[in-house]
Ligand binder design. Structure first.
Ligand code: 13P
Length: 256
């Protein structure tokens, strides 16, 4: 497993885009050729199909997948294993994204995927976040349950290797009627996540990276990056524009 450096991380989740290898290569190259001096960790998570193509295209950009099976191998039609992903050059894997949870993925499934990913050498990027907020503050409990169930039985030493992405669904660019989150929303949840991890796993000095995702763009990125405990951002829509993604990288470089 690669060592997580003590620097900010910017992760692009391309989701199911772009629609052709040609466009994907262009997007990747436009980013790669402009980041030779970057000190931040830059990760691109394209659709599975493009991973092997990108493997040798940049030393600067690390590759991640957007999902993996919790099974190691066997008769699981349509699935892709963590070991296959590692072999093809991926070093990260997004797990528990709200778009996958909406297909029925449970905390228990995600928990199994995290364990399989870790044992294959991949760094899991665990996505958590509530659908909506109300004045009863139930969202704290939802996030707490997600963390405890998704990380159930994960050994303490592995906790610091995981990246936790707080992605409130109500702020994601494609959520109907979405609202903007702000730095305070992230800060408050970041403190809460740290407390849960510290109480449950006793990882006070070996915290995982905690990052924010949800409509991050060049206009608001600094708000989420400059928070005291912010370790980076997970970018969806804006990562499909090399210009916007490079601007976010530049903002991160200015803050790191
Ligand atoms: P957007 O940046 O498009 O809101 O997507 C966020 C996300 O889901 C990243 O995983």
């Amino acid at each position: 497993m690669i060592k997580l450096m003590n620097k900010k991380i910017i992760i692009a989740n391309w989701k199911m885009n772009p629609n052709s290898l040609k466009l994907a290569e262009k997007l990747f190259t436009d980013i790669a050729k402009n980041i030779s001096d970057a000190k931040s960790e830059i990760v691109i998570c394209p659709p599975f199909l493009y991973l092997s193509k990108f493997k040798k295209m940049s030393h600067k950009i690390k590759l991640g997948a957007q999902n993996c099976s919790y099974e190691e191998s066997g008769a699981f039609t349509g699935e892709i294993s963590a070991e296959m992903l590692y072999d093809i050059g991926a070093r990260y894997v997004i797990l528990g994204h709200s778009e996958r949870r909406s297909f029925g993925e449970t905390n228990e499934d995600i928990n199994k995927k995290i364990k399989t990913a870790l044992s294959s050498g991949l760094i899991p990027i665990l996505c958590i976040g509530e659908k909506e907020r109300n004045e009863n503050h139930e969202y704290f409990n939802i996030v707490k349950i997600q963390i405890l169930e998704c990380l159930n039985g994960v050994k303490k030493d592995f906790i610091s290797k995981i990246i936790i992405a707080y992605e409130p669904i109500w702020s994601i660019s494609t959520t109907p009627g979405r609202r903007d989150a702000n730095g305070d929303d992230f800060y408050e949840m970041n403190v809460f996540i740290r407390k849960i991890l510290s109480d449950k796993f006793g990882v006070k000095n070996k915290m995982p990276k905690i990052i924010y995702g949800g409509s991050v763009n060049p206009k608001n990125a600094d708000e989420f990056l400059k928070e005291k405990n912010s370790d980076g951002v997970l970018v969806g829509n804006a990562s499909l524009s090399s210009e916007k993604f490079l601007k976010i990288i530049n903002i991160t470089e200015g803050i790191s």
